[in-house]
Design a protein around this ligand. Structure first.
Ligand SMILES: Cc1ncc(COP(=O)(O)O)c(C=O)c1O
Length: 432
């Protein structure tokens, strides 16, 4: 619906001028040097900040900040904190450095993109949606993480927002839904999705959403900014659960969202301030520390994952492997276009059915194996899980199987243990 967002026309103009890029990934050395940073602040473990005088306090409440400081970051930690501000800047550079450079080259006077860090990935998702959704709106939602899915159902049941679930890997589904429902305010996708690692074509979807003045929101958690940079492909908002690759050690829960500055400052920030989805200063400091080697970790994890996916594809006890870096993956070409590598997550279907899945999981539950039986991902530790009995057990069996989540499907998040260690362990577990 045209005229839905007051900031839309200016954003689209800047998106075309500064955000979309022919080069889909940032240079790795540049990426790693932004991650390493040079100015990790001490921990500001405090809820409130002293003002110099009344004029300083009054100015800060109006959002005026001295140069180099983020507005509101030194009033009260629910509104912002220097540790969170530091992490926001790093993420901002990783996802958007080309936008900043392009805007500066054109002497753009006002900011184009904003970056906010949250107490969890779910806090980022819910705050962004509450920042724009209103009665009468519809949202198109792809195959998304369970809590995102249940939040969407909550919006539908409690507030009457129309939620149109669809297979977003088929771009035509989105085209048809958006044509039929002029009240679609946003399309929310994850790519690759969980656990079958199906890939959505961000560039193709963004052309459809843009023509209808609907936001394209991409949950980029499964990739991190290292593997995929959705603004370069036409996304309007990018979300991360920092709990995964950014933390990389499963030591904290956090999230982030980046998007049009006008949207964030006028609509998202007031929700952030009032709902209070703020991270603790310590968690932001911890994530600023762990992001320092994120690119290096993921590079190693991806190389191992690619070899493991090939190993599993040739294993006699494995039916089928889903990994975007394999030529056999149904969306291999789209993945190659938009991702740096195939990623670090592999799903595979065992010939022995449900029992083989349970046997394998119980093997990795033992303390003498190099993986953990656990449901997170993106850590230096490899995690293995069985979606049918764990992450997707709430999905009715018929729906699950239709989505390819069979009883014998296993999901593996590859850590840094290396190919020889992990392939030996997988082979041992498959021989049980
Ligand atoms: C794709 C995706 N998005 C969002 C989330 C939620 O993140 P958090 O657990 O940090 O709230 C998850 C969690 O697993 C996820 O996998």
């Amino acid at each position: 619906m045209k005229g839905r967002f007051s900031w839309w026309n200016e954003w689209v103009k800047r998106k075309h001028a500064y955000a979309q890029a022919t080069q889909k990934q940032m240079d790795t050395d540049r990426f790693n040097s932004i991650c390493a940073g040079t100015g990790l602040p001490n921990i500001h473990q405090k809820s409130t900040f002293k003002f110099k005088d009344v004029a300083d306090g009054a100015a800060r409440f109006l959002g005026h900040a001295p140069s180099g400081e983020k507005p509101y970051a030194r009033i009260y930690t629910r509104l912002g904190n220097p540790n969170t501000e530091y992490l926001e800047k790093i993420l901002f550079q990783l996802e958007c450095e080309h936008i900043i450079d392009n805007a500066l080259a054109k002497d753009e006077k006002s900011p184009t993109i904003a970056s906010l860090v949250f107490a969890s990935g779910m806090a980022a998702i819910t705050t962004i949606i509450m920042g724009f959704v209103k009665p009468g709106d519809a949202l198109i939602v792809g195959n998304v993480y369970g809590c995102t899915d249940s939040f969407m159902r909550f919006l539908q049941n409690r507030f009457g927002i129309e939620i149109l679930f669809t297979d977003a890997t088929n771009t035509d589904n989105i085209k048809q839904l958006i044509a039929k429902h002029p009240n679609v305010a946003a399309v929310f996708i994850e790519t690759p999705d969980n656990p079958t690692l199906a890939v959505c074509d961000i560039e193709a979807i963004s052309k459809i959403t843009e023509a209808h003045e609907a936001m394209l929101i991409v949950d980029n958690t499964f990739c991190s900014p290292y593997l995929q940079q959705p603004f370069r492909l036409g996304a309007d908002v990018v979300i991360h659960s920092l709990t995964k690759y950014v933390n990389g050690h499963s030591a904290s829960i956090a999230g982030a969202a980046l998007g049009p500055y006008e949207f964030f400052s006028k609509d998202v920030y007031p929700v952030y301030k009032d709902f209070g989805p703020t991270p603790s200063p310590f968690d932001s400091w911890l994530n600023s520390l762990s992001i320092q080697d994120m690119g290096v970790r993921i590079e190693h994890q991806c190389a191992t994952a690619q070899k493991l996916a090939e190993f599993l594809e040739n294993h006699p006890k494995v039916n089928r492997v889903w990994f975007p870096g394999l030529k056999s993956h149904p969306h291999y070409e789209v993945a190659k276009k938009q991702m740096r590598y195939g990623g670090t997550i592999i799903s595979f279907d065992l010939k022995g059915g449900y029992d083989a899945g349970v046997n394998m999981m119980n093997y990795f539950a033992r303390p003498d194996t190099p993986m953990e039986l656990a449901v997170s991902l993106g850590s230096v530790i490899s995690y293995i899980e069985h979606p049918a009995s764990m992450t997707h057990s709430a999905v009715p069996e018929e729906d699950r199987c239709l989505r390819g989540i069979t009883n014998s499907l296993v999901r593996l998040s590859v850590g840094v243990e290396g190919f020889s260690t992990l392939s030996k362990a997988l082979d041992a577990s498959l021989k049980l």
